[in-house]
Design a protein around this ligand. Structure first.
Ligand code: AMP
Length: 404
C-alpha cells in the first residue's frame, strides 16, 4: 500500500476530482434493488465532499457494447447515490461532452456530479488514449475507487492514470489493505476455502494459494475431481476427468510448500439435480453409482469447523456445495456461520469474495459479520491468482513517477 497514493480529505479539499467508481448495481423496474456497492462507495467519498472536494463520478453500467443504448442508462443510480450520500447529485447525460466538462467546472465545494455510462463509448473498453484524454478534462486529480474493475485495462482505469495526478480511492484502499493482509502477510495458521463448480476455472488460484497459506479446503464440485483423482467413487457427480493430472500437480506443489489439502470426509449424494431431491449421506467411499455429490456432509462440517477454530485467517472463494438448492446449502451455510461466529469472537480474520460467495454468505445471513467481503468477482479471483491488476499497476506507476 505504501507504493500507492491514497486520497485524503486534506488533499481533496477544494480540488476538482474525477473519480472512477463501480456503481454497476442491480436495477429492477428502474430502481436499484441492492444498493450495497453504492452505499460503500458513498461512505468512502462523503468525507472528501465534506472537506470541500468537487467530485465528478464515472462508472460503467451493464454492457451496452460501446453504443449509446438507453436501456443501459446509469440514471437510475442517481437517486440511490443521493440517498446514500444524503445530498443532491447532479447528472450529465454524457461523460465526455463539453456540457459534462462545464458541469464539472461549475461544481461548488462539496458538490457532486454523476456522468452517463462510460461504456456508451468503445474507447472505454479499448483503453483508447484519446478517450482517456477527454475523461481527464473532468478533473484535476484522478481517483480510482473501483477495485472490481481493476483487472481490466480500460480508459477510465488505466490510460487516464497517466494523464493526471492519480490516487487510490477510500474503498479501493480498504479493499487492497484487507486483501494484502490476508494473502501476503496473514496471521497464521491461514486457511483458504476454495469451492465452486470446476477445478479448471480455479487452477491458477489453487496453484498460487498452496504457496501462501497453511491449508486449502477444497469444496463444491471441485472436490469431486479431487476425489476422483484419489480413486473414490463419485457416481454421476459433476467432475472434470481431464483435470486429474492438474489435481496431482496441485497436490505436489502443496506438499512442497507444506500446505495441507483438506477434502470432505463425508458427502451428500442426490439422485437428481433439484431442490429437495432424494438424497443420502455417505462417507467418501459410499457415493452410489446413480447419484451425484451435491454437498459436504455433517462430519466434514465438524472437521472443517475445527480447522477454522485453530485458524487465525480464512480466505474464502466459492461455495461448498450446490448452495442455491435446499438442503444442499447445509455445509456452506454452517461453515459460513462458524467463520462469522469466530470472527465476532475476535479469534479469526475472515475475508471472502466473488459473486457466488457473497450470495452464499447472504443465504447464511452472515455477510455483515465477516472481517471483509469483496463484491468484486473477476478482480478478486485474479488477485487470488497472484496477478498484477492493471488498474492497480497504473496507480503504482503514477505514484512511482510522482516520487521520482
Ligand atoms: P463458481 O462460479 O465456480 O464459484 O461455482 C459456483 C457454482 O458451483 C454454484 O452455482 C454451485 O451451485 C455450484 N456447485 C457447487 N458444488 C457443486 C456440486 N457438488 N455439484 C454441482 N454444482 C456445484
Amino acid at each position: 500500500m505504501s507504493d500507492l497514493n491514497v486520497i485524503t480529505p486534506s488533499t481533496a479539499a477544494g480540488q476538482r476530482l474525477v473519480v472512477r467508481a463501480d456503481l454497476n448495481a442491480p436495477v429492477q423496474d428502474g430502481k436499484v434493488s441492492d444498493a450495497t456497492r453504492i452505499e460503500r462507495f458513498a461512505k468512502g467519498i462523503k468525507p472528501l465532499l465534506d472537506a470541500g472536494a468537487k467530485i465528478t463520478v464515472l462508472s460503467h453500467f451493464g454492457r451496452p457494447k460501446g453504443q449509446r443504448n438507453m436501456d443501459f442508462t446509469i440514471a437510475p443510480i442517481k437517486p440511490a447515490l443521493e440517498a446514500a450520500l444524503g445530498q443532491t447529485v447532479q447528472f450529465a447525460d454524457d461523460c465526455i461532452s463539453a456540457a459534462a466538462v462545464a458541469a464539472s467546472e461549475n461544481l461548488g465545494e462539496g458538490e457532486i456530479l454523476l456522468c452517463e455510462n462510460l461504456r456508451f463509448y468503445p474507447g472505454e473498453e479499448a483503453n483508447d488514449p484519446d478517450f482517456a484524454k477527454s475523461l481527464a478534462r473532468l478533473g484535476d486529480i484522478y481517483v480510482n475507487d473501483a477495485f472490481s474493475t481493476a483487472h481490466r485495462a480500460h480508459a477510465s482505469t488505466a490510460a487516464i492514470a497517466d494523464l493526471l495526478p492519480a490516487y487510490a480511492g477510500p474503498l479501493m484502499a480498504e479493499e487492497i489493505k484487507a486483501m494484502t493482509a490476508a494473502l501476503e502477510d496473514p496471521k497464521r495458521p491461514a486457511i483458504a476455502v476454495v469451492g465452486g463448480a470446476k477445478v479448471s476455472s480455479k487452477i491458477a488460484v489453487l496453484k498460487n494459494l498452496v504457496g501462501k497459506v497453511d491449508a486449502v479446503v477444497v469444496g463444491g464440485g471441485m472436490a469431486n475431481t479431487f476425489m476422483l483423482a484419489d480413486g473414490h467413487p463419485i457416481g454421476k457427480s459433476l467432475s472434470e476427468p481431464d483435470q486429474v493430472p492438474t489435481v496431482h500437480e496441485i497436490r505436489e506443489l502443496a506438499a512442497k510448500s507444506g500446505c495441507r489439502i483438506i477434502l470432505p470426509v463425508d458427502v451428500v449424494c442426490a439422485y437428481d439435480f433439484a431442490p429437495n431431491a432424494k438424497n443420502v449421506t455417505t462417507d467418501i467411499d459410499g457415493c452410489p453409482a446413480d447419484a451425484m455429490i451435491l454437498d459436504a456432509g455433517p462430519k466434514s462440517v465438524e472437521m472443517i469447523g475445527k480447522e477454522f477454530e485453530g485458524a487465525k485467517t480464512i480466505l474464502w472463494n466459492g461455495p461448498m456445495g450446490a448452495f442455491e438448492m435446499e438442503p444442499f446449502d447445509m455445509a456452506t451455510v454452517a461453515l459460513a456461520r462458524k467463520a462469522a461466529e469466530l470472527t465476532k469472537a475476535g479469534t479469526l480474520a475472515s475475508i471472502a469474495g466473488g459473486g457466488d460467495t457473497v450470495a452464499a454468505l447472504n443465504v447464511a445471513g452472515v455477510a455483515g459479520d465477516f472481517t471483509y467481503v469483496s463484491t468484486a468477482g473477476g478482480a478478486f479471483l485474479e488477485w487470488l491468482e497472484g496477478k498484477e491488476l492493471p488498474g492497480i499497476a497504473a496507480l503504482r506507476r503514477a505514484a512511482a513517477a510522482n516520487k521520482g
